[in-house]
Design a protein around this ligand. Sequence first.
Ligand SMILES: NC(=O)C1=CN([C@@H]2O[C@H](COP(=O)(O)OP(=O)(O)OC[C@H]3O[C@@H](n4cnc5c(N)ncnc54)[C@H](OP(=O)(O)O)[C@@H]3O)[C@@H](O)[C@H]2O)C=CC1
Ligand SMILES: Cc1cn([C@H]2C[C@H](O)[C@@H](COP(=O)(O)OP(=O)(O)O[C@H]3O[C@@H](C)C(=O)[C@@H](O)[C@H]3O)O2)c(=O)[nH]c1=O
Length: 291
Amino acid sequence: MKRIVVIGQNGQVTTYLQRVLSDYELVVAGRDTLDLSKPRELQVKLAELQPDIIINPAAYTAVDLAEEEVDAAYTINRDAVSEIARYCAKQNTPLIHFSTDYVFDGSADTPYLESDATGPTGVYGASKLAGEQAILSADAPAIILRTAWVYSNHGKNFYKTMLGLAESRNELSVVSDQVGAPTYARSIAEGCKQLVDIIIHQGGLLPEQRGIYHFTCAGQTSWAEFARSLFLENDITNVKVNPIPSSDYPTPAQRPAYSVLNGEKLADVFGIALPHWGTALAQCAAETKSQ
Ligand SMILES: NC(=O)C1=CN([C@@H]2O[C@H](COP(=O)(O)OP(=O)(O)OC[C@H]3O[C@@H](n4cnc5c(N)ncnc54)[C@H](OP(=O)(O)O)[C@@H]3O)[C@@H](O)[C@H]2O)C=CC1
Ligand SMILES: Cc1cn([C@H]2C[C@H](O)[C@@H](COP(=O)(O)OP(=O)(O)O[C@H]3O[C@@H](C)C(=O)[C@@H](O)[C@H]3O)O2)c(=O)[nH]c1=O
């Protein structure tokens, strides 16, 4: 049985990967096994785990705090990723790594292609971009999946923040001038499993399949519309969402105004496409209600 090492323990994507990858021998490597804040240990520790495939959804994801904790963000999102990629290049071990829509500056008005110029507006996005570059320059057999606006019933995310606020408030102000694609962590895990199945079936990653892919739910919306929709799906009708400009919700890190990603490359190369964000939201809300 092929051994898949998934890095991280309680992250959103890791949580759902653990549910969908049951056909494989799964090693979930938490901080006690692989601590990404100690990059220099990683080559030896990975060798001990003997992975057939590595999936890395672990990252420093605190977008605003990253503006202060710059070193921590770069250590985890760039330096650790560089060590993982060097291991994968040496051992010819396929790597599936996750990146973000926040590598873009948000000035586009049509969905971003993988080949479009990047321009992160904050430390988190810049450190994730540096991680992508480290993988590409290590020449590892790797796929980099840029996803966006990840939410679920686990961990810290906008969906849970809104449901939490709805318990004590009947009016919320939410930005309406940032547009993207909310992506359910379960949809990510299911798409990722399809990718793992293909890689295992092929006996590895073909050279022409390496590189960056956009990997979000289909469609687009604003955070304000997403908030409205998630309340509706959860039968919450007593909370009013007031749309506001980003200038009325100042944050330490600036977010891209537009970060919709074009997913055609993944569909063309692997035949994988994630559901529309509205469909996935209904699935997530069904899970919320069943809890
Ligand atoms: N969340 C989002 O909205 C988006 C996320 N992404 C990217 O997708 C990927 C998955 O995101 P998501 O599941 O939401 O992430 P989460 O924030 O839910 O989880 C982060 C994971 O990283 C792990 N981690 C953090 N620091 C370390 C460390 N020093 N050593 C080992 N593990 C560590 C955490 O470990 P522990 O379990 O111990 O806490 C956790 O498992 C990330 O690469 C992220 O950049 C891209 C776009 C949007
Ligand atoms: C809680 C809240 C947030 N907002 C705004 C702030 C921000 O512009 C937007 C989203 O807020 P959050 O801080 O929850 O989301 P944020 O941390 O920016 O989410 C990002 O996380 C990283 C990891 C990614 O890679 C991105 O794709 C993206 O998902 O909503 C409101 O307008 N009103 C509110 O009450």
